[in-house]
Design a protein around this ligand. Structure first.
Ligand SMILES: Cc1cc2nc3c(=O)[nH]c(=O)nc-3n(C[C@H](O)[C@H](O)[C@H](O)COP(=O)(O)O)c2cc1C
Length: 209
């Protein structure tokens, strides 16, 4: 396991004493922290670790056993092609795009050692509501991230412009599918920092009739 993902937070008051603490399943969940894809460096997961990450992502709540999701890995040898795809799609949809916007597409495509594109792949013929199928996609992405962090890496779930481009979607899936996100995976090159979290009292209540 890479120790790079285990970083002490700046202040004990600002979050867990350690991010992505793998000493127990619960400590991992309570200290989970995503990485910033643009700060991710090698090592990323090897083939065996990636297989485990993807297997975990398929072991999620799924009403009706529909598997309304799927995952497409983008290898290091495909990053030039991904960059070209994003730049072409952006240009096609925004003919007046400036250099900086196109560079942002290129940079997006080249982040982090490993990348998984998660797709929502609904089964419209099923009686299970589309909403429930979409919830399962979110669960799959979360479980993928948990497996990433359990192996000492960091993950980052991004959407951004490429997620909502039909041209980009068509390069990964069919017209009835949607990109749920680009999940970048690697090791952090800088310390992780806590982000504001909701106060438990603001989001948790005890139902009484
Ligand atoms: C569907 C979805 C899309 C997201 N897209 C972005 C994004 O495009 N850019 C970004 O900075 N964070 C995005 N985030 C947030 C990060 O993935 C991450 O959750 C956030 O930085 C909080 O970090 P944490 O995972 O450690 O709580 C997205 C989250 C979700 C659930």
């Amino acid at each position: 396991m890479s120790s790079a993902a285990l970083r002490i937070s700046a202040s004990p008051d600002s979050g867990p004493a350690m991010f992505n603490d793998t000493s127990s399943p619960l400590s991992l969940l309570l200290s989970r922290r995503s990485g910033k894809p643009r700060d991710m460096v090698s090592p990323g997961p090897d083939a065996t670790q990636m297989d485990a990450i993807l297997a975990a992502a398929t072991r999620v709540p799924d009403h009706g056993k529909l598997a309304p999701w799927r995952f497409v890995t983008v290898g290091a040898d495909q990053r030039d092609a991904l960059s070209a795809l994003l730049v072409e799609a952006y240009r096609a949809e925004k003919p007046d795009a400036g250099r900086l916007e196109l560079e942002a597409m290129d940079q997006f495509a080249r982040q982090a050692p490993a990348l998984v594109v998660a797709l929502s792949s609904p089964k419209p013929e099923s009686k299970i509501p589309a909403w429930e199928q979409e919830l399962s996609v979110g669960a799959a992405c979360m479980q993928l991230l948990n497996a990433v962090h359990a192996q000492g890496f960091v993950g980052g779930w991004l959407t951004g412009w490429p997620t909502y481009s039909d041209r980009v979607r068509d390069a990964f899936g069919s017209a009835d599918e949607r990109i749920a996100g680009f999940i970048f995976i690697g090791s952090p090159s800088r310390d992780l920092e806590e982000r504001p979290r909701p106060l438990p009292a603001d989001v948790i209540s005890h139902w009484q009739r």
